[in-house]
Design a protein around this ligand. Structure first.
Ligand SMILES: [Zn+2]
Length: 345
């Protein structure tokens, strides 16, 4: 198909050995990209099925969108990176939850079911951000079942109970982002105090502001326009980059980056699985930074359409051997949100 580039060998290690893995899970991106390219959703999903490298265990897509289509996806089709703004949005509240439940019930009453998946996802993103200590799994399951069965009375009853639990977003939920003192403490325990801190990708969801307030040297590295949102990412006509404090230095392009001396740390949060050429990427990273922290979505549900690759401890161990680096996988607090944290130093 004209939309794809073909990968006949592993983009991490070059091996041609690979086995099929499960399909990616359906989500908003599959819905919108299939509409945009005019390919049936299931067809597109099976076309972009993932394989697993027999040598380094990287999961990757044998067909991946050409750069011009990726550019369009990240900058035109879905130009605003929803998770970044959600951290600033303050929309984790009871009122917003009630509104969404109301409109869910309306969708069911009017039988406008094509709007249902999106509404359910919006509601789930709120429910999933409730501290798991407060919300019992049984209530959550009952609530989900009531939606599946379209039982309006039960939806109302369970949602009333859930609403009472909405207070502050849980650590690492999408309404809190990756700003976490706990995570910072873990990193600094391993690599020592950080005096120069960077993040690549989204300027809104991490720890840049925290380090900036401590007067540390801070850098935000923009993602490549074919790999990540950013170019047209705005809300209420304000670009995401404009939300950053002026003292944080902005770097437009990783591939042009050449610091004279290496900086201490760069956060690569939910970015690596978008990278088309990981070898080149890590050459640049380790040329400019002594260490990096990587957050990745777990791959047990499959690698979704908007991700080119899926990484595991085994793959990162392979990478660390190549670069003579150490890997730490002991920080587990992101696991319950379906993600992993890896520190390479
Ligand atoms: Zn490989």
């Amino acid at each position: 198909m004209k939309f794809f580039n073909y990968f006949n060998s592993c983009p991490n290690c070059g091996s041609k050995k690979n086995v099929q893995t499960q399909l990616g899970y359906s989500n908003r991106y599959l819905e919108e990209i299939s509409k945009y390219l005019r390919i049936d959703e299931q067809e597109l999903n099976s076309q972009s099925r993932n394989v697993k490298c027999g040598n380094c265990s990287l999961i990757y897509k044998k067909k991946w969108f050409k750069k011009k289509y990726l550019e369009s996806i990240f900058n035109k089709l879905i130009p605003t990176h929803p998770k970044g703004w959600e951290k600033l949005s303050k929309s984790f509240n009871k009122l917003n939850f009630s509104k969404k439940i109301k409109s869910l019930i309306k969708i069911i009453q009017m039988k406008k079911y094509k709007h249902l998946p999106r509404k359910v996802r919006e509601i789930n993103s709120l429910v999933d951000s409730i501290d798991s200590k407060l919300l019992k799994t049984k209530l959550k399951n009952d609530f989900n079942r009531s939606i599946e069965n379209k039982e309006i009375q039960l939806i109302s009853r369970y949602s009333q109970k859930i609403k009472r639990k909405i207070n502050k977003p849980a650590e690492f939920s999408r309404f809190k982002g990756f700003e976490s003192l706990d995570l910072i403490k873990h990193i600094e325990k391993k690599i020592g105090q950080i005096s120069s801190y960077a993040e690549i990708g989204c300027p809104l969801w991490g720890n840049l502001e925290y380090y900036n307030k401590l007067n540390k040297e801070c850098f935000f590295v923009r993602g490549a326009t074919f790999e990540f949102w950013g170019k047209n990412c705005k809300k209420n006509n304000i670009k995401c980059g404009a939300k950053l404090n002026k003292d944080i230095k902005k770097i437009h392009n990783l591939s042009n980056l050449n610091f004279n001396t290496k900086k201490d740390f760069i956060g690569i949060f939910l970015y690596l699985d978008h990278v088309v050429d990981p070898k080149k990427f890590f050459l640049k990273i380790f040329k400019n930074f002594k260490s990096c922290g990587i957050i990745l979505e777990k791959t047990n549900k499959g690698v979704p359409i908007q991700h080119f690759s899926g990484w595991s401890e085994k793959t990162l161990k392979f990478l660390c051997r190549e670069f003579g680096k150490k890997l730490d996988c002991t920080y587990k607090k992101l696991n319950k949100t379906g993600k992993d944290f890896y520190l390479i130093y």
